[in-house]
Design a protein around this ligand. Structure first.
Ligand code: ADP
Length: 550
């Protein structure tokens, strides 16, 4: 709630409300009657009757205004005129000289000024002037000079004019000041609102505290990150945020910030939730300094954001680099050892057979390295793929026939039957990415050929409820139940000795999984150890099922 100082108009309205109006009217009449009783010797019978009647009319006016008869309260011109007439007649015809009740006329001028400004004041004063003239004629003692008469009127009138203008002016000035004050309060409120909207629109949590850590202001994101919807106002920041450092020690944010002379920034702190869950935080604590010269700190701005994802990505990247370098080290060491061996043999004699064996071993490792680099480059392409993936019309029949051309020979060289089949339900075309679909199928087919000693490899295509389905089936070594869960993990290779007979990087299926995600494909794996495996890929038609960014 905002509390503005009341404007003059509001205050006058408050004073002139229905109940107070009746009190003023009756009160004034009562005083008038009481005075008449005390001083009745002073007044003539005619004056007493006149004053009595004015009092009665004044009280009646009060009643009219109290009951708001004829909606009189909405017609200030009407009732102000009535007051002027009653008071005017009363003073002109019956009141004594310098009557103390003339003060009431000041109130009348004030109210008239309130409704009608300077014009009202001037009009009211003009009526008063006529009243004075009349009163003076009535009260002028016989034989007084016209000079005295004029002086009497002018003195009274000027006194009145000065006092009434002075009153109206002072009210106007103080009212202007008050208006200015209200405007500056409004401006400050607007600034504050702007600031609050600004910090509320930020994604980072922001909390402003005093120098003891008591929270004064905070934004919606702060509540979000702290996972609470209760107010943080006036609570201590250390009570609402449990922060620990890397050695799991609880950190007092304010003492920590006070230790630093300037801004404290860290990515090594963790926020602990009441249920024990932790997240990595980016934390920034800046002291609020009032001005450059004043060095005293008047509080802190604490901003923070959840960087758990960035942290885990960073850790994943570090782990990946360490695994890749480890995987590369062995083949490079073997290659290097064999080549230097070959050099040595050539220098010492000419045992061509030994040189050939060493070179063959090196060649095998070089091929492995080439494969791995190939997989890594496909992987990096898959990681970036989202950015430049195009969808196009692809023809499942054409893909099947090109795969047949590419792999039939390889399989047959190994003594396997390679066959392809196009089922009746296969649509003419679907919308997807040809390169990725081919790369996925290639990985399954090369694996099937690699891990099958005898029998066949079959590739079938058929229509699916929202696209097409490819099945790559082999009669190979199969995959155990426990391995089935891990074949898509990076660098996973089965411990089975038959797997180890052929070289592999363990990256092929990991890359395949990434590519499948890009085109929204789903995989089903059916396999039985020693009997064979079927990799079933559902590829959606992206024209009908566009991939929605998660
Ligand atoms: P790589 O073939 O280079 O070892 P992949 O990621 O392509 O790596 O495959 C991971 C593992 O999954 C293989 O090492 C193998 O143990 C198993 N695997 C994949 N495809 C087959 C298959 N058709 N038959 C049997 N095992 C398979």
């Amino acid at each position: 709630m905002r509390h503005n100082p009341l404007l003059l108009s509001d205050r006058v309205k408050k004073v002139l409300n229905r109940d107070s109006t009746i009190v003023y009217h009756f009160g004034l009449t009562a005083i008038l009657f009481f005075e008449m009783l005390l001083d009745h010797d002073y007044y003539s019978k005619r004056d007493l009757l006149g004053i009595f009647l004015s009092g009665i009319i004044f009280s009646l006016l009060g009643l009219v205004r109290y009951f708001n008869l004829w909606s009189v309260n909405d017609k200030p011109l009407l009732y102000l005129s009535a007051y002027h007439i009653v008071f005017g007649l009363g003073f002109a015809l019956f009141a004594p000289a310098y009557s103390p009740y003339l003060i009431v006329w000041l109130v009348l001028i004030f109210v008239t000024n309130f409704y009608y400004g300077y014009r009202g004041t001037t009009l009211s004063l003009s009526v008063l002037f006529i009243v004075f003239l009349n009163q003076s004629f009535r009260l002028l003692p016989a034989g007084s000079s016209i000079k005295e008469f004029m002086l009497y009127i002018l003195v009274q009138f000027f006194l009145f004019s000065i006092v009434s203008f002075f009153l109206s002016e002072t009210e106007k000035v103080s009212d202007q000041d008050r208006k200015l004050f209200v405007t500056s309060i409004d401006k400050a409120q607007l600034e504050r609102q702007r600031l609050i909207s600004l910090i509320n629109s930020m994604g980072d949590g922001v909390i402003s505290t005093d120098d003891k850590g008591v929270i004064k202001l905070y934004n919606a994101a702060a509540l979000n990150i702290l996972d609470t919807n209760t107010t943080l106002q006036e609570k201590n920041i250390n009570d609402v945020m449990t922060i620990i450092d890397q050695s799991a020690k609880v950190v007092n944010l304010i003492t920590e910030a006070a230790k630093e002379n300037s801004v404290l920034t860290s990515t090594d702190h963790l926020l602990v939730y009441p249920d024990g869950e932790k997240i990595n935080l980016y934390l920034n604590i800046s002291p609020i300094k009032l001005s450059f010269r004043q060095n005293t700190e008047r509080g802190y701005i604490v901003s923070f954001r959840d960087i758990t994802r960035e942290k885990s990505l960073e850790e994943e990247r570090n782990e990946f680099i360490s695994v890749v370098s480890h995987e590369l080290r062995t083949p490079i060491a073997i290659t290097e050892a064999n080549i230097s061996n070959a050099q040595f043999i050539v220098e010492k004699g000419n045992d061509l057979g030994a040189v050939k064996t060493a070179l063959e071993a090196s060649h095998k490792q070089a091929l492995f390295l080439a494969n791995m680099i190939n997989d890594l480059s496909t992987l990096s392409r898959a990681e970036r793929g989202k950015l430049d993936m195009k969808t196009e019309q692809i023809d499942p029949r054409e893909i099947i026939s090109s795969l047949n051309d590419d792999y039939k020979k390889d399989a047959e060289t190994k003594g396997l039957t390679f066959s392809t089949a196009i089922e009746d339900g296969t649509p003419e075309t679907i919308s997807s990415n040809r390169l990725y679909v081919r790369e996925i199928l290639q990985n399954f087919i090369t694996n099937s050929i690699k891990y099958t000693k005898e029998g066949s490899v079959t590739v079938t295509v058929n229509g699916d409820e929202n696209g097409i389905v490819f099945i790559v089936k082999d009669t190979g070594i199969g995959i155990s139940k426990s391995d089935q869960k891990r074949v898509f993990d990076k660098f996973f290779r089965s411990e089975d000795f038959r797997t180890r007979e052929s070289s592999g990087t363990g990256l092929g299926l990991y890359v395949t999984k990434k590519l499948m995600k890009l085109i929204g494909a789903e995989i089903e794996l059916k396999s039985k150890l020693n009997e064979g495996s079927s990799f079933i890929v559902h590829i959606p038609d992206l024209r009908e099922n566009p991939i929605v960014e998660q």
